[in-house]
Write a protein that binds this ligand. Structure first.
Ligand code: CTP
Length: 407
């Protein structure tokens, strides 16, 4: 699939640059022609000689080098490849890309290119989670730049956290996804809800729940990996936005419903959010404690049911509507009742009683309930469960392309 493709690989200055040497090898093994740009920082970590030897090509380092420019001008360099990959992509290079700077060969090539760009960020976790870096990432993604990683784990600086460059096989998979023309959900639009909702009591207090958003975010990423054009509507979570997905952040159930309506029409809707069933009739001002007085009474009103609304959206109804059912007892029976009550096509039921550690945890045991029966899945990581669900959705669309894939 990759054979005959060409990649321009920009290696910037991070310790993860050593993995880029392996990346070059693995790309060459697959018949990809690789040309490399090494930044000044990158050359502190890997030598031009290793990069040249592995890529079997000249290495480009200096925008003002007469030999570089005589051989191939930076404009041509930026446009000859099918794809530009930046690995590792430092916080500094992300910032320069977002600002449109052209202060070295790498930044100039990235500004001048008319080709798609894939970045593999690598940095200290504080740098990665810094609002400046996250804002830069959103800017770049809004311009169509795709990203892979970073992963969480031990970082070279001795800290533990998010910021480790994606592993070489993950970067290769992202490159393959990019070149794949036969992704099963290509051309399909998907909407995913995720996370909790916050329902204000007054301007400073709110009611919430323990949903982390991990499962919904993983579903959004898995659908995107199969080629779907995904909008993720997320309540307040501490997760970073999944790459390659349009993320809309909301607070309350009503905001979430509005954002979902704005995303229609879609082919697929997966409602994984833990939407608050009730909202409070919120006070306009902070409720004051009355010394010796009675505690305030909160008057609750029912929130709109987003899953049921999407399932009954008439001509706007997504072809396949999938809900989740968080239960603490009689999981299957409650979920079957929920399927009928909400009018969706599938329900992914999970046991969220505290002993299972599902809420906020990393794994999930799902039962997929549809009109045709119950499929019991084993305990899987939320990422793996999301991959399976996305594959199952793709299968439904493949076997019934013209009809409602609901079973
Ligand atoms: N859901 C929704 N909007 C709501 C409530 C729930 O979209 N206002 C969706 C959830 O995203 C999930 C499904 O409905 O896909 C089931 O959520 P759950 O909380 O298990 O069900 P409830 O309808 O709240 O029922 P109960 O709390 O009685 O179990």
């Amino acid at each position: 699939m990759l054979s005959g493709r060409s990649v321009l690989l920009i290696v910037s200055g991070g310790i993860a640059a050593y993995k880029s040497l392996e990346l070059i090898r693995r790309l060459r093994d697959r018949g990809v022609s690789v040309r490399c740009v090494l930044t000044k920082g990158g050359a502190q970590f890997v030598t031009p000689l290793s990069v040249a030897a592995l890529s079997e090509n000249k290495v480009y380092q200096d925008i003002f080098s007469l030999t570089d420019e005589a051989e191939m001008g930076h404009i041509r360099l930026s446009r000859e490849a099918d794809l530009v990959v930046v690995a590792p992509c430092t916080a500094d290079l992300m910032a320069r890309m977002a600002a449109g700077m052209a202060d070295d060969l790498a930044a100039t090539v990235l500004l001048a290119t008319d080709k798609p760009v894939l970045i593999a960020p690598a940095m200290n976790s504080m740098m990665w989670t810094h609002p400046a870096t996250q804002a830069n990432l959103r800017t770049l993604e809004a311009r169509g730049v795709r990203s892979v990683g970073p992963n969480s784990g031990d970082l070279a600086c001795g800290e533990v956290g998010s910021g480790r460059m994606a592993e070489v096989p993950e970067i290769i998979a992202a490159v393959e996804t990019f070149f794949a023309t036969d992704l099963p959900l290509k051309g399909r639009r998907a909407l995913v809800t995720s996370g909790p909702t916050h329902e204000p009591i007054d301007p400073v207090r709110f009611i919430a729940n323990r949903s982390s958003g991990k499962q919904g975010h993983a579903v959004a990423a898995a659908l995107a990996a199969l080629g779907a054009d995904v909008t993720l509507v997320s309540g307040p979570v501490t997760l970073t936005d999944p790459p390659g997905v349009r993320t809309v952040r909301v607070e309350s159930a009503r905001d979430m419903l509005n954002a979902c309506r704005a995303a229609l029409p879609v082919d697929i809707a997966v409602c994984a959010a833990a939407v608050a069933d009730w909202r409070v009739e919120a006070a306009g001002q902070k409720i004051k404690k009355q010394v010796g007085g009675a505690p305030p009474v909160l008057t609750l009103a029912e929130n709109p049911d987003i899953l049921a609304t999407l399932s009954a959206a008439g001509p706007q109804r997504p072809t396949l509507v999938v809900g989740f059912a968080a239960e603490t007892e009689s999981v299957i029976a409650h979920a079957q009742a929920k399927l009928a009550r909400k009018g969706c096509d599938w329900i992914c039921a999970n046991d969220v009683s505290p002993a299972t550690g599902t809420f906020g945890g990393d794994s999930n045991t799902l039962h997929i309930i549809s009109a045709s029966g119950v499929e019991d899945w084993p305990a899987l990581s939320k990422t793996e469960a999301a991959r399976r669900l996305a594959a199952r959705i793709a299968e439904a669309f493949a076997t019934a392309p013209q009809r409602t894939p609901a079973e």
